[in-house]
Design a protein around this ligand. Structure first.
Ligand SMILES: Cc1cc2nc3c(=O)[nH]c(=O)nc-3n(C[C@H](O)[C@H](O)[C@H](O)COP(=O)(O)OP(=O)(O)OC[C@H]3O[C@@H](n4cnc5c(N)ncnc54)[C@H](O)[C@@H]3O)c2cc1C
Length: 445
């Protein structure tokens, strides 16, 4: 138990009032705010960094649905809007995998496109602003306390959607949360999926890298995932001492004339809810990257002159808290292609996480139940994205970007609709919610 002090009580100014405030501007938050605004709510989107996009923007997470195949059933809605906008701006590239129809995003352009998108939809963004505490009236949330360069302020709202990835607001509001609470894949209780600091390299002979990747189908295979595998193997065989958290294969996605912009080699065991663990993770990951580049120069074709181009803005966290909601998504639901009465979207049968990787080879899909966004203990609060309610094994699916958008769009739309219907979000009329979402081109069944 650490030493505690009492924070003095003091008055803080109200920065703004809204119908719906969405906390966290990642894939879930973007979709939630657009869903709420399209349903007629005055909507504010609060983000701690200087750009929207979540892990796509801040951690250079380039290929949202890398698992997409020709026949994959896609969810529509905000997922499709953003894909189309990125394609129209020429800000995508064909994925590394063969054969594949999926795309990798230019993550810097994504920041700009999302700025435009949320403003077109009438959402008010507030950047550089952290949601730190819920404001409560009994078991009802009535807004949030924010912390920013303007100091501590309040935003009052009829509904709050927590899209922080870590359930920051829900957890502090007293919602039951879990984290690494049961085994999944090779991870035991308490062992989190590794975090990655993505980085870019310059002075690369991209043609040589591509030719090398083509030389072995397992490198471009969407299940074997052995991208840039030969160099690492050769380095290990030669007895090179690899940085401690080096993955067995490196992944890159986006490339320009002489650059690879998103290498993903370092899996660090960070706890994204612990500031000291995050600090260590950033520092150790940078060290590991600086140490690996000379090894890549020696053993990876096309890397002979490689230099560091950039580190992503922040280490990317794959797993932290999840809420315990009215329903917890089960791993089995995915493979049973489960149908739910309260469906707010569809998602293809595919995996990418501790349970393994599986592209969406067929049209098979399951429905996403609204209840996974509804916390049990607190009213007027919904939770979407990576921290929605799911069993740990199912996070292999529910942690994905497009899944975050499906839950986000549903939670935002439901928040606004519940105001119009004058009911608690947990009691929103599901048929009306489905109709509203269909109107936003979300596929429900
Ligand atoms: C290295 C890496 C590679 C990945 N690769 C893939 C992939 O190929 N395909 C895929 O589908 N998924 C991938 N993922 C997973 C995926 O990126 C995330 O699970 C997904 O982005 C979750 O979306 P989200 O909106 O729930 O959370 P996030 O993307 O984490 O967004 C949360 C947002 O909330 C903000 N925020 C957090 N707390 C606060 C607060 N208190 N106040 C204000 N703002 C706050 C954050 O700054 C962030 O912008 C990857 C993840 C990592 C780390």
């Amino acid at each position: 138990m650490c030493e505690m002090i009492t924070e003095p009580e003091h008055k803080i100014p109200v920065l703004m009032k809204a119908d719906v405030v969405v906390v966290g501007g990642g894939p879930a938050g973007i979709a939630a705010s657009v869903g709420a605004a399209r349903t007629g709510a005055k909507t504010i989107l609060v983000e701690q960094y200087g750009c929207l996009g979540g892990l796509i923007s801040i951690s250079s997470m380039e290929p949202p649905s890398w698992w997409r195949e020709e026949r994959t059933t896609m969810p529509g809605g905000v997922v499709e809007d953003l894909d189309q906008k990125m394609i129209a701006m020429g800000a995508v590239q064909k994925s590394f995998f063969k054969p594949a129809v999926s795309i990798a995003y230019h993550t810097e352009m994504f920041k700009y496109i999302v700025d435009e998108y949320i403003q077109e939809n009438g959402v008010t963004p507030i950047l550089h602003c952290m949601g730190v505490m819920p404001l409560m009236d009994g078991n009802k949330i009535i807004g949030i306390v924010t912390e920013s360069k303007s100091g501590r302020q309040a935003i009052l709202a009829k509904r709050v959607v927590d899209c922080t990835g870590d359930a920051d607001i829900a957890y502090r509001a007293g919602v039951s949360c879990v984290m690494a609470e049961e085994p999944t894949g090779e991870l035991g209780i308490g062992e989190l999926l590794g975090a990655t600091l993505v980085y870019g390299v310059t002075d690369i002979d991209v043609d040589a890298v591509e030719a090398e990747a083509d030389s072995d189908p397992s490198q471009r295979h969407p299940v074997m995932h052995k991208k840039m595998y030969h160099g690492i193997q050769k380095a290990r065989e030669a007895g090179e001492i690899m940085p401690k958290y080096t993955n067995k294969s490196f992944i890159y996605n986006y490339k320009t004339k002489n650059e690879l912009t998103a290498l993903n080699h370092c899996w660090y065991p960070a706890d994204g809810t612990d500031v000291l663990s995050l600090t260590k993770a950033e520092i150790e990951s940078r060290k590991s990257i600086v140490e690996i580049i000379p090894i890549l120069r020696k053993y990876e074709k096309g890397f002979e002159n490689a230099k560091l181009r950039n580190f992503a803005m922040s280490i990317g966290i794959r797993e932290t808290r999840r809420i315990v909601g009215e329903y917890r998504m089960q791993f089995k639901d995915v493979f049973d292609e489960k149908r739910f009465e309260d469906s707010v979207g569809v998602y293809p049968v595919c995996m990418d996480g501790a349970e393994g990787v599986l592209p969406a080879f067929t049209e098979a899909y399951f429905q996403v139940p609204y209840r996974i966004t509804v916390p049990v203990e607190v009213e007027n609060l919904l939770v979407a994205g990576r921290c929605c309610s799911s069993m740990r094994r199912a996070t292999t699916i529910t942690r994905q970007v497009d899944f975050a958008m499906v839950t986000g769009q549903a939670a935002g739309t439901a928040s606004a609709l519940s105001i119009r219907q004058d009911v608690l979000p947990r009691n929103v009329d599901i048929k009306a919610l489905q109709k509203e979402l269909r109107g936003q081109r979300v596929r429900i069944d």
